[in-house]
Design a protein around this ligand. Structure first.
Ligand SMILES: *Cc1c(COP(=O)(O)O)cnc(C)c1O
Length: 429
């Protein structure tokens, strides 16, 4: 074929390119075509720390291409890139509707590398208060060492968010949606409007939503973070993190990753790619089960309060309906009782494992007072907004009826506080 003919064919192909596929199709197919090797269906695990050159001319061609922007489809050393990692990055970018993605060894590796890459001494961050605890710690304590200050504003207060911006100094607005543990939903349109007015960058930690339920990049958010350890991996067997965004910015992140070193191992990349293939059906089932669980708990007399954005009782229900296509697999609730009663309820559950994390196929349950806030007293926990009777339930892919039966029988086994109150009342008279 002559090159003109080729150009025409390419132009036709571009013009007739199908409209973007749905998320489940992208989860299975996006990004792999270029990586096929040995006619294998799956992306090979290229378990190699370094990559070889045929001869010196081959090496020089590569160096020229790298330095002067020519075409290269290979790597030189594992810290700078790996074909098993590229495959996952392409798929994640496609899933989030972004141009490119950078994969890291953990969610924290991703967020810390991003902030260290973009921020300079003297700059300032505005962050919402319900953010992941370690991210908040990194900003408030670690970045403070480099003269980078962080202002924390209440989630849902967009006037406070805008007022916290310091002209010339604020570089980033950081938020999360839905949040942990109260599943607050950030209004992305409002955040993007504020950021545009003040020319600051935006980062959304979208781990709890997954790209199936929400794609913040499509709302105009600059950087989207996922702890791939959760829904993307989906099997509680691998740690990884990803930042999605515009191609030039992600290239800068990949460059800094070669220096900061938070690279993901090819074996881990394979596990993420394998996990992502079933992301669509897993998340849809988790959405459906979590909604059933939330409704069941809300109607149960031994439950004080349920936090789930899919319930009309949730403060951000209206935003969630407008912005998300599902409400996620995490339900938080308060048991009618104290720290001990709540622990007793958890210990009576037979299906969920007691463990931190979420988004995997196994249901997990935890009492935040005893996991993230163990060292605090009840009063101190109240001050940071964590009640002793709070439970976070991350549904897996077990049958919803089994999960609900399990919660029901665990609740049947704990004292009925309403009955106790009635008795106290009678005996007092
Ligand atoms: C787990 C989690 C992180 C951290 O991710 P790792 O993969 O554990 O480093 C960040 N943000 C949220 C919302 C998380 O749930």
């Amino acid at each position: 074929m002559s090159s003109t003919q080729e150009n025409i064919e390419q132009a036709i192909q571009r013009a007739t390119r199908p409209t973007p596929q749905g998320p489940s199709t992208r989860a299975v197919h996006a990004g792999v075509e270029r990586r096929k090797a040995y006619s294998a269906l799956n992306t090979p695990i290229v378990q190699s720390a370094t990559f070889t050159f045929k001869d010196t001319a081959d090496l020089c061609d590569f160096m020229d291409a790298k330095l002067y922007g020519g075409h290269t489809d290979r790597e030189e050393y594992g810290r700078y890139g790996n074909p098993s990692v590229w495959a996952v990055e392409e798929r994640l970018a496609a899933l989030d509707g972004a141009e490119d993605a950078a994969l890291y060894s953990s969610g924290m590796g991703a967020v810390t590398s991003l902030l260290l890459t973009v921020l300079k001494a003297g700059q300032h961050i505005v962050m919402t208060d319900d953010c992941y605890r370690r991210t908040r710690q990194f900003c408030r304590v670690f970045l403070a060492k480099f003269d980078i200050e962080t202002s924390v504003v209440p989630m849902g207060d967009y006037e406070a968010m805008e007022a916290a911006i310091i002209p010339e100094r604020t570089r980033f607005i950081i938020s999360e949606t839905p949040t942990n543990p109260y599943l607050r939903v950030a209004d992305l349109q409002k955040i993007v409007d504020i950021a545009k007015r003040h020319r600051v960058l935006t980062l959304i930690d979208s781990t709890f939503a997954s790209p199936i339920n929400l794609r913040p990049y499509e709302w105009g958010i600059d950087f989207v973070l996922h702890s791939a350890t959760k829904y993307l991996g989906g099997h509680n067997d691998v740690l990884a993190g990803v930042i999605c965004g515009e191609a030039g910015r992600i290239k800068a992140l990949k460059d800094s990753r070669g220096m900061l070193g938070g690279v993901v191992d090819p074996q881990a990349a394979f596990l993420i790619e394998r996990g992502i293939k079933t992301l669509g059906i897993r998340v849809q089932q988790q959405n459906a089960t979590a909604l059933k669980v939330a409704r069941f708990l809300e109607s149960h007399p031994k439950i004080d309060r349920v936090y789930y954005p899919g319930l009309p009782s949730h403060p951000d229900h209206e935003i969630a309906v407008r912005q998300m296509s599902g409400f996620g697999g995490v339900v938080s609730f308060e048991v009618a009782g104290d720290l001990q009663t709540t622990s007793e309820f958890i210990d009576r559950c037979r299906i969920p494992y007691i463990a931190p994390s979420l988004g995997g196929v196994e249901s997990l349950i935890e009492q935040p007072a005893l996991v993230s806030f163990y060292e605090l007293s009840t009063a101190e926990r109240m001050a940071v907004g964590i009640r002793d009777n709070l439970v976070r339930f991350a549904v897996g892919i077990e049958d919803a009826d089994d999960i609900i039966r399990d919660l029901d029988s665990a609740l049947a086994g704990i004292p009925d506080r309403k009955l106790e109150r009635e008795w106290e009342h009678r005996f007092r008279d």
